[in-house]
Design a protein around this ligand. Structure first.
Ligand code: ARG
Length: 602
C-alpha cells in the first residue's frame, strides 16, 4: 500500500485530526505558527485564510495589512505590509501541505498546495469515507424549527420552502455531528378551534367516525366554518364557548380537536413522504401548559408591563411592544414562542435554535429574541451560544410576477404540485431512448428523484432571501443549473466507472491518484474544498452556497477534466477512475445534504 508511510507522516504534523478534510483550517494552523513567530507581541492575531480566485495560488493568507496597521506606530523591523508578508512566508514551519509560497501586492501570501498531498488526501477520503470530511461546529445540539404549517389552514408554498430549506439545514448540521431536534411547530392551538369544533359537531353529530373522506377538503371546511362564524352571531357565541371548554380540557372537545388535527396531519404527511423529510411534531399546543410559568418568571424579572389592557414586553429599537397576553386574557403566537424557546433551552438543552419562516415574520422573531436577551436567556451579543437565529426566505412567484397561484384555484395544493413535477419528469424519461428497457419501478423511482429533486434544487440554489419564480419547464430542463443536469452528470460519471469494467474498491486500495494534468489538479482542488464549503453553508445557514459548489464541481468535471483528460484506456486510467469516483462521492454527499436522491443511470 503505497501511501501508508505518508499517512503516518501526515498525522504527525500539526494537522487538526478532527478537520482532516478542511484545507482552510489546516492552513490556518500552519499560518498560526508563523504569525506567532512573526509578531510575538501581537496576541490577538487570527490567521485569515481564503481560497484564491487568481492564478497565483490556491489559498492566500491575508494578515499582513492588518498586522501592519497594528504595529506601524511601534518600533518595528518591518517597513510595510509587503515586508510583513515576506516574514510570514519565511516563518512558515515546513509542511507537506504546501508546495510553494509567494508574496503578492500589499503582502498577500499565496500558497500553492502540494499536489502529492492533495492526491493523498483524496485517496484517504475514498478509503475512509467522506464522513471524515465532515465539518466540526461548536454546538452539540440544535433545534431546527421548520415546515410548521397550521392545522385546518392551507399548507402553502411558504411552508414548502420552509420544509425544503429546513430539511437541508438539518442535514448539514447532522452531517457536522450536531444532534438536531427537527421540530414541526404546527399551529394546532388558538381561537379558530372553537369554531372548527362547533362546525364539526353540527355537520357530524357523531364526530368519532369522521375521517378525511367525510370532511373532504379541510381548507374548504375551514372556510365554511369561518363564514358561519362571521355571519351567525349565535354560532359565534357557541364557538367562543367551545374554545373555553377545549382549553379547560373537556373530553368531548379535546377529542374533536384531536380529530381535526389528525385529518390535517395526513395531508402534511403526504408532502413529507414525497419529499423524504422527517420531522417531529411538537405543536403550539405542546407549549401551552408552560406559558403561565414562563410569563411569571419574566414578570418577576420586571419585564412585563401593562399596555392598553394587554400585557407586553418592550424591546429596544422597536416602538411597538411584544404582546404576550392579549387584552382578552388569551395567549398568542409570541407567548407560545417564548414558552417554546424556554423549553428548548432549559428542557432540551439546545444551544442553537433555528427558525425557518418567510421574511414576513422577521419582526416577530427580532422582537422575541430581544425579549429573550432582556431576560438573560440568550447572550446579548447574538454571536455566542446559546443562540437563536431566524432563517428568513423570500416569496415564490408565479410567471406573472405575483405570489404563486395555479391557474384555476386560488391556492396551490402542495401534493398536486409535487405530483406534477414527478409526472412531468416521468414523461420526459419515457421519451428517452435509454429508458426503453427500464422496469416500471425504475422509471417511477427515477421520476420521483428527478421531479422532487428539481423542485428542491430550484428553491435551494437561490439565496433564500430573494424571491424566485416557480417554473416547471425551467427546473426540469436538463440544461443549465438544475437538479436534472446535475443528476445526469452524476449518472454519467457512474457509467464511466461501470463501463471501465474495473473494480473500484480494488482500485481504491491498490491504485494511486496523481494530479499531474492541470485539469486533474483543478478538479482535485475543488473536491478538497467540499468540507469548508459545507462549513460555510452551515454556519451562515445558506444552502445556496452548497448548490453553487455542486454546480461548479460538475462544470469543472465536465468542461475541464473530462474534456481534456481521457479516462478509460489512457495510461492514467486508474488515477482518473479514482478521480471520477471521488467526484461522484462528493456529488452524492451534496445531493444527500440537499435532500436530493441521486440517480445512477440515465
Ligand atoms: N405556523 C407558523 C406559520 O405558518 C410558523 C411557525 C414557525 N415557528 C415558530 N416557532 N414560530 O406561519
Amino acid at each position: 500500500f503505497a501511501t501508508k508511510t505518508k499517512t503516518q507522516s501526515i498525522s504527525t504534523m500539526a494537522v487538526d485530526e478532527e478537520n482532516v478534510g478542511n484545507v482552510k483550517r489546516q492552513l490556518a494552523k500552519i499560518f498560526e505558527v508563523s504569525l506567532k513567530t512573526t509578531v510575538p507581541d501581537e496576541t490577538d492575531v487570527e490567521p485569515l485564510i481564503a481560497a484564491c480566485t487568481g492564478k497565483f495560488g490556491d489559498y492566500q493568507c491575508n494578515n499582513a495589512m492588518g498586522i501592519w496597521s497594528k504595529i506601524k506606530g511601534k518600533k518595528t523591523e518591518f517597513k510595510g505590509p509587503p515586508s510583513v508578508g515576506q516574514a510570514i512566508m519565511k516563518n512558515l514551519p515546513p509542511s507537506e501541505i504546501i508546495e510553494s509560497c509567494s508574496v503578492a501586492g500589499p503582502g498577500f501570501v499565496n500558497v500553492v498546495l502540494s499536489k502529492d498531498w492533495m492526491a493523498h488526501s483524496l485517496q484517504r477520503m475514498l478509503i475512509d469515507g467522506i464522513d471524515t470530511w465532515a465539518p466540526r461546529l461548536p454546538v452539540k445540539r440544535a433545534v431546527v424549527d421548520f415546515s410548521s404549517p397550521n392545522i385546518a389552514k392551507e399548507m402553502h408554498v411558504g411552508h414548502l420552502r420552509s420544509t425544503i430549506i429546513g430539511d437541508t439545514l438539518a442535514r448539514m448540521l447532522e452531517f457536522s455531528h450536531v444532534e438536531v431536534l427537527r421540530r414541526n411547530h404546527v399551529g394546532d392551538w388558538g381561537t379558530q378551534f372553537g369554531m372548527l369544533i362547533e362546525f364539526l359537531f353540527e355537520k357530524f353529530p357523531n364526530p368519532e367516525n369522521v375521517n378525511e373522506a367525510a370532511i373532504g377538503d379541510l381548507q374548504a371546511f375551514y372556510k365554511a366554518s369561518k363564514q358561519k362564524f362571521d355571519s351567525d352571531p349565535e354560532f359565534k357565541q357557541t364557538a367562543q364557548q367551545a374554545v373555553v371548554r377545549l382549553q379547560g380540557g373537556e373530553a368531548k372537545y379535546r377529542k374533536a380537536w384531536a380529530k381535526i388535527c389528525e385529518i390535517s396531519r395526513t395531508e402534511f404527511h403526504r408532502v413529507y413522504q414525497r419529499l423524504g423529510v422527517h420531522l417531529e411534531e411538537k405543536g403550539e399546543s405542546f407549549y401551552n401548559p408552560y406559558i403561565p410559568g414562563v410569563l411569571e418568571k419574566l414578570n418577576q424579572q420586571g419585564l412585563i408591563e401593562e399596555s392598553e389592557g394587554a400585557r407586553v414586553i418592550f424591546v429596544e429599537g422597536v416602538n411597538i411592544p411584544l404582546i404576550v397576553v392579549k387584552s382578552d386574557g388569551g395567549y398568542n403566537y409570541a407567548s407560545t414562542d417564548l414558552a417554546a424557546l424556554w423549553y428548548r433551552l432549559n428542557e432540551e438543552k439546545a444551544e442553537w435554535i433555528i427558525y425557518v419562516t418567510d421574511v414576513g415574520q422577521q419582526q416577530h422573531f427580532d422582537m422575541f429574541f430581544k425579549a429573550a436577551k432582556r431576560a438573560g436567556w440568550l447572550p446579548a451579543d447574538g454571536a455566542s451560544y446559546p443562540k437563536a437565529t431566524h432563517v428568513g426566505f423570500g416569496l415564490v412567484l408565479g410567471e406573472d410576477g405575483k405570489r404563486f397561484r395555479t391557474r384555476n384555484t386560488e391556492v396551490v395544493r402542495l401534493v398536486d404540485l409535487l405530483d406534477e413535477a414527478k409526472n412531468r419528469s416521468k414523461s420526459a424519461l419515457i421519451e428517452r431512448e435509454t429508458a426503453k428497457d427500464w422496469s416500471e419501478e425504475e422509471i417511477e423511482k427515477t421520476a420521483e428523484a428527478v421531479g422532487y429533486g428539481a423542485v428542491k434544487y430550484a428553491d435551494l440554489k437561490n439565496n433564500r432571501l430573494t424571491n424566485y419564480t416557480f417554473n416547471f419547464d425551467q427546473m426540469l430542463s436538463d440544461k443549465g443549473n438544475t437538479a436534472v443536469y446535475l443528476l445526469y452528470a452524476h449518472a454519467r460519471i457512474c457509467s464511466i466507472i461501470r463501463k471501465s469494467g474495473k473494480d473500484i474498491e480494488e482500485l481504491k486500495r491498490a491504485g494511486k491518484i496523481v494530479l499531474d494534468h492541470q485539469d486533474e489538479r483543478a478538479l482535485g482542488l475543488h473536491l478538497l474544498q467540499f468540507s469548508e464549503v459545507v462549513e460555510e453553508a452551515c454556519t451562515n445557514l445558506l444552502p445556496n452556497v452548497l448548490c453553487e459548489y455542486l454546480y461548479n464541481l460538475s462544470e469543472i468535471f465536465t468542461k475541464k477534466f473530462y474534456s481534456n483528460c481521457q479516462v478509460v484506456g489512457s495510461p492514467e486510467e486508474t488515477s482518473r477512475l479514482l478521480l471520477c469516483e471521488a467526484t461522484a462521492t462528493v456529488m452524492r454527499k451534496c445531493f444527500y445534504l440537499l435532500g436530493i436522491v441521486p440517480v445512477y443511470k440515465i
